[in-house]
Design a protein around this ligand. Structure first.
Ligand code: AMP
Length: 398
């Protein structure tokens, strides 16, 4: 089905054509007409499905009506968990709105607040913001919500994981009741469902449409997933071996802790492999610099903590490695969603140690299949990972 069938304006369609999009993705086909009809939507869609365009395009279509804004006012608000995602969503908005008259801005913490205030003075049609900085602005009366027409909670599950629940509810309390509300989340957990009830409280009765494009058990199918059982102390040697012997072109490498990221970069450097890292202790400017090098292909190996890498869109990323297995199965799904995006194929590899057994079982149960196990010659684990149990339920949840 072509984009024109969805009822989008020619100016938007030509911008999509310039981006190289030929047809809408399933989440776009399902959500765009419903959002354009003015309904509230709660959608389960992970990163990589094209969800950003699914909510951005109807917003641009709706707001492009020559309306002039009062100062310090916004007409739509997209709340996102991290500054990286704010920048990325804003980049998409700029690309999609290049043929229409509309202002947009990304607002996030860790940068000069006065400069952002100045940009709000004339009002902004589409504001992408992280919750903390947005509240700061509202407290300082640099921003008013009385002209707001649409609010989006993007990656709602991540925002809740990061502890933004109260901030989001505080923000929702300040918004006009008459508005359109949209929520996108990789998972629709109980907490996300509760938040969606608060979000759509004032919407027209029964008008909330729930859309799911990701069946509970499905991770991106174009990603081949496999694991290697390994001892904790041989992981960096194994990684160097894989990079060199298997001639890896590029990899996003996930670790759980900041100090592990720095140590791994140093360990790889000793073996003549250039890598860099992004984690919470690096400044915004450093993070952006490293990310841009990685995106351009100049930097081949990026080590990231899960938090720092949230929402990052790297385009054609061929490989993701879980150097540390994540604690939550949802995090695993998010991480592997960084590769094989929008139809491209990718590979997601996990290093699994004996101590990771429970985490592995939880992930495999969530996926509803076991991960293929591969052995690398010379790296057989001294402490082997036991055979997995599917449908494993942690004791705390029995
Ligand atoms: P998202 O899930 O919004 O993070 O989007 C994932 C990637 O798919 C981004 O790089 C988008 O630019 C790209 N994308 C979004 N919609 C389409 C489409 N209809 N056709 C091709 N690529 C798309």
């Amino acid at each position: 089905m072509p984009f024109s069938k969805l009822g989008l304006k020619p100016e938007l369609i030509s911008a999509l054509t310039d981006k190289g999009y030929t047809a809408p993705t399933p989440i776009q086909t399902q959500s765009i007409p419903i959002i354009m009809a003015g309904k509230d939507v709660v959608a389960a869609a992970q990163t990589g499905t094209g969800k950003t365009a699914a909510f951005v395009l109807p917003i641009l279509q709706k707001l492009n009506n020559g309306h002039t804004l009062r100062g310090k006012r916004i007409r739509s608000l997209i709340l996102v968990p991290t500054r990286e995602l704010a920048i990325q969503v804003h980049e998409n908005i700029e690309a999609y709105s290049k043929n229409i008259e509309l202002t947009s801005m990304a607002m996030y913490g860790g940068t000069d607040i006065d400069e952002q205030k100045r940009r709000l003075i004339n009002g902004v049609d589409v504001l992408v913001a992280t919750p903390g900085r947005l509240l700061d602005m509202a407290h300082q009366r640099a921003l008013h919500f009385d002209e707001l027409k649409v609010v989006v909670l993007d990656e709602a599950d991540r925002m809740l994981d990061m502890g933004f629940g109260n901030d989001i509810r505080d923000i929702l309390d300040r918004l006009p009741h008459e508005r359109q509300s949209l929520l996108f989340s990789a998972t629709l957990s109980r907490d996300v469902e509760d938040l969606s009830v608060d979000l759509t409280e004032y919407g027209p009765n029964g008008d909330v449409v729930e859309i799911r494009v990701t069946p509970k058990t499905e991770a991106a199918t174009s990603v081949s997933q496999w694991m290697i059982g390994v001892d904790k102390d041989t992981r960096s040697a194994l990684l160097s071996h894989l990079i060199k012997e298997e001639q890896w072109d590029q990899a996003l490498i996930f670790v759980e802790q900041k100090h592990v990221a720095a140590k791994l970069v140093a360990q790889l450097a000793k073996r003549d492999i250039e890598a860099d890292s992004i984690h919470g202790d690096r400044s915004q400017a450093q993070r952006e610099h490293v990310l841009n090098r990685f995106k351009s292909g100049e930097l081949k190996f990026l080590v990231a903590t899960g938090v720092a890498a949230r929402g990052i869109d790297i385009g054609k990323l061929s490989r993701v490695l879980n150097y540390d297995l994540p604690f939550k199965p949802e995090e695993y799904i998010h991480r592997i969603g960084r590769t094989g995006r929008a139809g491209a194929s990718g590979e997601a590899i996990s290093f699994v140690t004996w101590g990771d057994f429970k985490k592995l079982c939880a992930i495999e149960s969530r996926l509803d299949h076991l991960l293929e196990r591969r052995e690398i010659e010379g790296f057989k684990a001294r402490k082997a990972v036991p055979i997995s149990i599917l449908n494993y339920v942690p004791k705390s949840q029995r």
